[in-house]
Ligand binder design. Sequence first.
Ligand code: KG4
Ligand code: ZN
Length: 341
Amino acid sequence: MSGRPLVLGIETSCDETAAAVVGPGRVVVSSVVASQVDLHARFGGVVPELAGRAHVELLTPVVAEALERAGASGSPPVDAVAVTCGPGLMGSLLVGLSHAKALAMAWEVPFIGVNHLEGHLFAALLDHPDLEWPLVVLLVSGGHTVLVLVEGLGRYRLLGQTLDDAAGEAFDKVARYLGLGYPGGPAVDRIAAGGDPRAFGFPRALMDDGYDFSFSGLKTAVVRTVDRAPEAEAADVAASFQEAVVEVLVAKARRAVAATGARGLCLAGGVAANSLLRRRVAEACQEDGVAALVPSMAMCTDNAAMIAAAGQWRLVHGPASPLSLGADPNLFLGAERAEHR
Ligand code: KG4
Ligand code: ZN
């Protein structure tokens, strides 16, 4: 049991039902994640209706376990409730949001809506408490691919984003096409280890052009290649695809760090678990003399500790959220685009 105040975090934006308790100094006192991967696997992707219903079933026991593991049994058991209010799947977000509001009302404690993307940034902070600003964050997940300049906590500037598919979405689609199952990212990562990354010259869209990304052409190129050469080794296709994605991600992130004078490059989001991306980011940062902030595997994927930590910071630096706060499936991080383009 940590000292007070304690913040309960709740995350239900996609297919992870999670709750966590964070104490003073951003200490993670408990963190419980119930993954729905098995539920969605046979459909080859997240089915929003099923995700929403599973969150309804799982959230009460997951929150109870997080509180119990934290030894948070007082009255109130925690001092604030933070919850992801977007971006994400509407039905899933609403489950977490209404649950969090009910708890905050019953316990008469502040309620804080947290941007999921800001949560991913705090995940990096939980792993690296000594982060120094400014930083460039490459946030790559199933729903997002953004390059953000973080000038300090709460001060975000969008440098670029994907114009079509998210990086994780491309991994998932290519995996499905290669018959590797769901979730696709880890499967492509695994099989690519035994393949030749130079077997196929897949396109590197917008490589030397600004900070925006595009992955839909790459996905189409993979499909066309396999259709034309059905005998191609899946491992070679996976390795060549992964090489193309990682090369573009790292080249743009690296350019952004140089252009902004950032002290380091921080990876966040589910695709940050990719072994090649982790290695290339570490190598590039070492070469460039800047810090490489690569989160632990547990902090790459969705969890509620990152939401509780972001909520704790928000609570100290601003007002709590009104109970009328709604879910925003397209909530965005950072205001205007930065001029480093
Ligand atoms: O952040 P996250 O858990 O959920 C979202 O907010 O989207 O990210 C999930 C995404 C999925 O697309 C998954 O395939 C991808 O992260 N992913 C990976 C790896 N592990 C997970 N992509 C590439 N390589 C991996 N090892
Ligand atoms: Zn996420």
